[in-house]
Write a protein that binds this ligand. Structure first.
Ligand SMILES: Cc1cc2nc3c(=O)[nH]c(=O)nc-3n(C[C@H](O)[C@H](O)[C@H](O)COP(=O)(O)OP(=O)(O)OC[C@H]3O[C@@H](n4cnc5c(N)ncnc54)[C@H](O)[C@@H]3O)c2cc1C
Length: 482
């Protein structure tokens, strides 16, 4: 019997799990995928939005601004990168300037600190290289960038270190509400019994809600594609550069990443479905045109990869939070589209309050440890630090990923920290091995060998990202084929 099961191990579910781990309660996270950060939390713009974009008075506005403010302490405690680089919303004509003023007013109503309306010269001071027809911009000094999957992984690791249990490859398919408990079952008849369910199932949070008798909303997919640029050409952008938004959201942006790459994106394809995250030529063409509109010198001819994520767009137009009016055992963190990454820490705090109001007795644990320690990546060490690391553990002397300078010691450590079964993509997200210019062409087989060696998994059982995404099927010739 659990006190709470959280369905979904994206950034929202994992942030909630971390917050719940402060209390003397029994918590499990149930995730359909093979790892944390398998949904929208894996592929997004990584912006910690300031909060001027959301309609005043909405859940989104409240948790975005509160979440942004919590990011410094959460990232410090969890060793997650955060750069307060600020953000610009560009205006290209007088109509856009009206939009910029409207955003500013919404920001004031939402309580966003540090905003300013800039003229062209002031905007150029913040970000050189803007297009000739930029007439002004909204500046938000609290706009920031982070790493969304690192944030998710860090929340999960910290929650787990404080006692939360994680179960992967568990797709909740049947939920029965009893008088004082809920039973959650998957298609293999594995069953969890809990006092409360927290619904953090992203694109499928409507399904979970419907299973529990709350049909008050649906969720649709809105795909967004990106072009990621090579690090060697990425120093042209130092702040997040939005364009005045349109009906489908915040528009296409040009932004640096915390790993010193840059990107252009995302597109916004409404009703794109919930599963297909392929990238289209049409999307890439839109991104190139939009990127050049903001910054004509954006080096879109120097990509290292393209990718897409799918937003969970709720039919209500707002995040669905708190105790369901249709089922008191259901606490919603559902339909979390953008700015869900920015809002996750505040959604986590509010979820705790909702559980308390719903009647769960929650006492703080004296031994909760908020700190997640992560070793400094080898690529960021000084030469002296590298020498010391190699002297302590010679595996630091073996470079596995040449593009990102990732060592065997770091990969072994990531394998050990993985809460589920390690996969190639999981190790990539934890170490950056395979994220560089060759996109794993060189290191993928070596990472597989290390997964095999350290996690005792035969090579033909190692997957790219769980399920049936096996990378090799066996040997083609020789004695070993027998
Ligand atoms: C293109 C794009 C750009 C974005 N940019 C930003 C941004 O810059 N800033 C920002 O703040 N936000 C941004 N967002 C939004 C942000 O990514 C999401 O709000 C956030 O990741 C949602 O987290 P989540 O945990 O709710 O969902 P997810 O990360 O999707 O996690 C939900 C999890 O639930 C699991 N699940 C589903 N059904 C079941 C089931 N039946 N049983 C068990 N598990 C289940 C899924 O496998 C998944 O892992 C963007 C999103 C996209 C797609």
């Amino acid at each position: 019997m659990y006190d709470v099961v959280v369905i979904g191990a994206g950034v929202v579910g994992c942030a909630i799990a971390r917050q719940l781990s402060r209390y003397k309660i029994r918590v499990a996270v149930l995730e359909a995928g093979s790892d944390v950060a398998m949904g929208a939390s894996r592929a997004n713009s990584a912006i910690v939005h300031a909060g001027y974009d959301c309609e005043p008075g909405t859940n989104m506005a409240r948790v975005n601004v509160a979440g942004n403010a919590l990011y410094d302490s959460w990232c410090r405690e969890l060793s997650v990168p955060l750069k307060r680089c600020g953000s610009l919303v560009l205006a290209f004509d007088e109509r856009d300037m009206e939009e910029v003023k409207r955003l500013y007013d919404k920001g004031i109503a939402n309580g966003v600190p540090g905003m300013k309306i800039l003229n062209r010269a002031e905007a150029l001071e913040k970000q050189p290289g803007l297009a000739d027809d930029v007439v002004g911009a909204l500046w938000a000094e609290t706009g920031a960038i982070t790493c969304p999957y690192e944030m998710t992984i860090a929340c999960a690791e910290n929650a787990h270190a404080n006692g939360v249990e994680f179960y992967f490859n568990f797709k909740a398919e049947k939920i029965i509400t009893l008088k004082d408990a809920v039973e959650v079952e998957d298609d293999k008849n594995v069953l969890f019994r809990s006092r409360f369910v927290v619904n953090a199932a992203g694109l499928h949070s409507d399904d979970i809600s419907h299973l529990m008798g709350d049909n008050s909303f649906t969720v649709s997919g809105r795909k967004g594609e990106y072009i990621l640029l090579d690090r060697s050409v990425s120093d042209f952008v130092r702040t997040v550069v939005f364009q005045a938004p349109g009906p489908l959201g915040k528009g296409i942006l040009v932004s640096p990443t915390v790993d010193n790459n840059a990107f252009v994106g995302p597109t916004a394809w409404n009703n794109s479905g919930k599963e297909n995250s392929s990238v289209s030529q049409e999307g890439l063409d839109i991104l190139k045109t939009a990127g050049r509109k903001s910054m004509p010198n954006v080096p879109v001819n120097r990509p290292i990869t393209a990718f897409a994520g799918i937003r969970a767009v709720p039919s209500t137009g707002d995040f669905i939070l708190g105790q369901s009016p249709f089922n008191p055992r259901l606490i919603q963190a559902a339909g979390i589209s953008s700015p869900g990454l920015s809002s996750a820490p505040a959604i986590a705090e509010e979820t705790v309050e909702s559980l308390k109001k719903a009647g769960l007795s929650m006492q703080l644990r004296a031994d909760f440890d908020p700190i997640r320690v992560k070793n400094k990546p080898f690529r960021l060490m000084t030469n002296e630090e590298r020498e010391a690391a190699i002297a302590k553990d010679p595996r630091y002397g073996r470079i596995i990923c040449r593009c990102e300078t990732v060592t065997e010691a770091e990969i072994a450590n990531a394998i050990e920290r993985t809460l589920g079964v390690p996969t190639l993509d999981g190790i990539k997200r934890r170490t950056r091995a395979g994220m560089g210019r060759c996109q794993g062409g060189f290191c993928a087989p070596r990472v597989m060998e290390l997964i095999s060696k350290y996690a005792y998994i035969p090579m033909d059982k190692i997957t790219k990202n769980g399920g049936e995404s096996n990378l090799v099927v066996g040997r083609t010739r020789g004695e070993e084929n027998k």
